[in-house]
Design a protein around this ligand. Structure first.
Ligand code: NAP
Length: 479
């Protein structure tokens, strides 16, 4: 990676024997932000760059070393022409059809929203200049990234086009700029490529919606049970608890549920595979989508666990806590009383904290191993060991931590304010379902069948052959 970056610095400009750039000439129509940034990169990579502009004389902003001329003149200089002009202005290209005949036109344009036009920009360009070979590409790379060299997030050029030779010419340019290229097929894929820069965290949307929904639900649920109940039933104003106490209950509750939601789909997938007796039957779409965003679910859960840790750390410095501790000590002194040491309580609280700390430690480990730079260094078995085995251990530790928090509160009538269960009890439902199901799936008789199914075995009469007879499709999916 580093060598790519070095290859793009101005010092790496490769010169031929006569001092001329080693690479060929590339033409760019449009001297706007993208055109200038791309021109600079091309110059640095050793290309000669000519700009086609409506106003060739006004060339003060173009990178030094490039030339600016009219569109028709610039088109004569190069086989490959980048169209760095907004789609709305493409109409001027119709007057250049003869100059553009046989050229490779690279459509780099993006739209403001998905489905803005009935036809993709690249197909529209191709219909305007039928004699040219249009390649869609480079639209996923920003002008800023090109100029600043910060290409890591967008160093892949996705491209498509109907002419393999034209695509190869664009791939060669991408490679010489230190970018990787991925061929997405014919020009019909252009619409899909144009939609990519418009996507806003597509894999994060579902986890963030789930987190937001759960956070809101539990916050108002606990607000009603803790603060409003105290005010209505006892006339006590403890609204200050909304800031730290409530938040510090809601974050771990949602974090634990979301951690369990990371492991629930694989349990459901296993049940479906056992039920169908084959792995060659497609999972429902919702389960597919759920499985694809498990990493994001886990990272949101980790962020909430982290907030829980921070909120817990400030407990000793809270005014309310210090006041209560001092008041209890003073009242003991006044009454000349000492609370005896409670060994059970000591064991319980120490175990509670210890499980919480261990659970959080493993949580962080899971988060770290999901980073691409770390997961790339692990083989498939190591990755599965951490994410699946250690993941379930983390869920077990955090669930046990919550059970110890509740202890015997579930036996006390005061826990059920307004006949509602406490929040910690609700949050244990999903983790317990996941852990119990996992234990059942690990029973040798079930595990053996599941392993066979995942190795391709099909229960007679229910598998692939039966599906084909019924018109099904074969698509193996891993759980
Ligand atoms: P821009 O700054 O607005 O520049 C567009 C250039 O098009 C102008 O500088 C102008 O160059 C030319 N132009 C304007 N009106 C024209 C007309 N009526 N007829 C002919 N040429 C005209 O836009 P940009 O940011 O460089 O973006 C150019 C294209 O790249 C767009 O399609 C955009 O979607 C795409 N893109 C941009 C980025 C980015 O980060 N900016 C990233 C990916 C893709 P002259 O004055 O020299 O003629």
């Amino acid at each position: 990676m580093k060598s790519d970056v070095i290859a793009m610095t101005p010092l790496s400009l490769t010169l031929g024997q006569g001092g001329e750039p080693k690479q060929g000439t590339v033409c760019i129509f449009g001297t706007g932000d993208f055109g200038r940034s791309l021109g600079l990169r091309l110059l640095q990579a050793g290309y000669e760059v000519v700009f086609g502009s409506r106003d060739p004389k006004n060339n003060s902003l173009v990178p030094k070393g490039s030339k600016v001329m009219t569109h028709a003149e610039a088109a004569q200089m190069s086989r490959v022409i980048f169209i760095a002009v907004q789609r709305d202005h493409y109409q001027f290209l119709t007057s250049l059809t003869s100059a553009l005949k046989g050229k490779v036109l690279v459509d780099i344009s993006n739209n403001l929203k998905m489905g803005q036009y009935p036809q993709s920009n690249a197909e529209y360009l191709s219909s305007l200049v039928p004699g040219a070979s249009v390649v869609k590409g480079f639209n996923t790379v920003s002008a800023w990234a090109l100029q600043s060299g910060a290409l890591d997030a967008s160093r892949q050029v996705l491209l498509c086009g109907d002419d393999p030779g034209a695509k190869q010419a664009v791939v060669d340019i991408a490679h010489s700029l230190g970018l990787s290229a991925q061929d997405r097929g014919s020009l019909r894929a252009a619409g899909e490529i144009e939609d990519i820069p418009l996507q806003l965290f597509p894999m994060w949307r579902l986890p963030l919606w789930i987190a937001a929904g759960l956070l809101c639900f539990f916050y108002f649920y606990l607000l009603a049970r803790d603060v409003i109940y105290a005010y209505v039933m006892n006339g006590k104003d403890i609204s200050f608890r909304m800031m730290i106490s409530l938040a510090n209950k809601v974050f771990p509750i949602v974090s634990l549920i979301m951690l369990a939601l990371c492991y629930l789909p694989s349990v459901l997938a296993a049940i479906l595979q056992l039920y169908h007796g084959t792995k060659y039957k497609r999972f429902p779409d919702w389960l597919d989508r759920w499985m694809l965003c498990r990493k994001q679910l886990g990272l949101v859960a980790l962020a909430l666990a982290f907030l829980h840790v921070l909120y817990t750390l400030v407990i000793p410095i809270r005014y309310y806590v210090r006041y209560k501790a001092a008041a209890s000590t003073i009242s003991q002194i006044k009454e000349n009383k000492t609370n005896p040491f409670d060994t059970t309580l000591a064991w319980r609280t120490d175990s509670y904290y210890s499980l919480g700390i261990l659970g959080f430690g493993l949580y962080v480990l899971l988060g770290i191993t999901s980073l691409p730079s770390v997961s790339n260094a692990l083989n498939w078995r190591e990755f599965r060991f951490v994410q699946s085995k250690l993941g379930h251990v983390t869920l077990l530790l955090c669930t046990a931590h919550t059970f110890l928090y509740g202890w015997n509160k579930f036996l006390k009538a005061y826990s059920y304010k307004w006949w509602t269960p406490p929040g910690y009890m609700l949050c244990l439902v999903v983790p317990c379902i996941v852990l119990v199901s996992k234990v059942i799936l690990m029973l040798p008789c079930i595990d053996r069948t599941l392993t066979r199914i995942r190795q391709g075995w099909e229960r007679p009469g229910t598998g692939y052959n039966a599906q084909l007879n019924g018109g099904g499709t074969r698509k193996p999916l891993m759980a």
